[in-house]
Design a protein around this ligand. Structure first.
Ligand SMILES: Cc1ncc(COP(=O)(O)O)c(C=O)c1O
Length: 423
């Protein structure tokens, strides 16, 4: 890496907190400093020195088609000529909404926002508005964006009692979030007994993919569905990562377990800033301007973002998912072999947990909740990440982040990966 990159980081640190606009980009805990990228194409991303990397971060998930997909690019160029913000009704969001609603039997209506965090924030307010209750159950190991009430960690005492995990989150907010453990249905039942008539909703990542990849049993998700129904609470699936990625209809379609409200982000905008809340009409009509749950946004349903999202989703077919998942299997077998054999087994304690096109390289197996994650994975990750970076293979710069495959990661790219790994 040239001095220009480290100088740029130093400069950035003086004018931006930590030098980054989102903490996970900071390479915190790693030995190298962040790479500055100037361009990207397909499965590759290029830093300002001109070095290219096979990208498995893929902007943390949105780029399911790879960087700079040709069709998305040309529809964005056309859209750009027409104008890029009206703050008024336009046809592009109608087309994207229809494209989604027509393919998902469990939602009637959708509202577009600008990020996954905004989608979650609205979903929680909507659940509270619909039920008239305040408390929300969240699971340890699930991330739902940086909404105050979701920056909460487990406390001691009553089932689910919690405290803020970030400075600046008031205790009064923390007290309405109840933190439970994944896989623990008994804990969920007990929590509903202890907080009878107070719980608005359970929010869960049906495929938790922000604290490693904690693949849940279908029985757990079904249990959440049953318990919420029995207690007149709502079930929110946060599908910001899994929506349009594990299948077009996300984990709801993959498992057949239907939430009351679903939140989307990432793939829905194909790399442009889009989030969404979707549900049946009887829930969605609580939102303003029809209902009394307020939600708004100057740039919501931005015409460029709508066009980028639509052109991305149009390319997601049953066949495309099949190829994506098949290529992920191939990638994993290449990576696994290398992890086992490299440097007389330096990384042979590593395993790869995967689901559809998501994968997590971790020194452990059968990890389904935070309690099963080995304590030292952050330290262990440093030599692996740095070595791969040197070889031109870019993983998300944190041991707890998953890797993302895209349609652009085809057999040719996997062959290139093999070559780079063994170089
Ligand atoms: C499941 C989940 N929910 C919400 C969010 C927040 O989305 P955003 O970063 O777009 O605000 C994320 C982001 O990683 C996420 O993975």
């Amino acid at each position: 890496m040239s001095n220009i990159q480290s100088e740029l980081f130093e400069k950035s640190k003086n004018i931006v907190p930590g030098g980054v606009h989102s903490p996970v980009r900071s390479f915190k805990g790693l030995t190298s400093t962040p790479r500055f990228f100037k361009s990207a194409n397909g499965a590759y991303i290029t830093d300002i020195d001109g070095k290219d990397y096979i990208d498995f971060c893929m902007s943390f998930g949105p780029l399911i088609l790879g960087h700079k997909n040709e069709k998305v690019e040309s529809s964005l160029q056309e859209a750009l000529k027409r104008g890029w913000s009206y703050g008024a009704c336009e046809p592009y969001s109608v087309e994207l909404a229809e494209h989604i609603i027509n393919r998902l039997c469990f939602v009637d209506q959708i509202r577009f926002v600008n990020s996954g965090t905004e989608a979650v924030m609205t979903a929680l307010r909507l659940a509270r508005g619909v039920t008239g209750n305040n408390k929300i159950i969240k699971f340890n190991g699930c991330y739902h964006g940086h909404v105050d009430s979701m920056l909460i960690k487990a406390g001691s005492g009553l089932a689910g009692e919690a405290e803020a995990s970030s400075a600046g989150v008031p205790e009064s907010t923390a007290k309405d979030t109840l933190i439970l453990e994944l896989e623990d249905l008994e804990g969920v039942k007990k929590c509903f007994e202890e907080h009878k008539g107070e719980i608005a909703a359970i929010i869960v990542e049906p495929l938790p993919a922000n604290n490693g990849l904690l693949v849940q049993e279908k029985e757990f998700l079904q249990g959440l569905r049953d318990i919420t129904k029995d207690n007149d609470a709502l079930l929110i699936f946060d599908e910001v990562i899994s929506g349009f990625r594990v299948a077009f209809g996300g984990m709801a379609c993959h498992t057949g377990i239907i939430p009351d409200i679903v939140t989307y982000g990432k793939v829905i905008g194909g790399g442009l800033p889009v989030g969404a809340i979707a549900a049946k009409t009887h829930i969605m009509e609580h939102l303003a301007p029809i209902g009394n749950v307020y939600q708004a946004g100057t740039l919501s349903a931005n015409p460029l973002a709508m066009v980028g999202g639509l052109e991305t989703l149009k390319q997601l077919t049953k066949e495309s998912y099949k190829t994506l998942h098949k290529n992920t299997e191939k990638l994993i077998s290449v990576f696994k072999k290398w992890l086992k054999e490299y440097n007389d087994g330096q990384f042979s304690n590593y395993n790869i947990i995967h689901h559809s096109s998501l994968f997590w390289i971790v020194p452990g197996d059968k990890i389904k909740s935070v309690g099963n994650i080995p304590g030292n994975i952050g330290e262990d990750f440093i030599p692996l990440f740095e070595l791969l970076l040197d070889k031109g293979i870019y993983l998300s710069p944190n041991a707890y982040e998953v890797g993302f495959m895209s349609h652009a990661h085809d057999e040719k790219v996997i062959a290139d990966l093999e070559k780079r790994l063994w170089s």
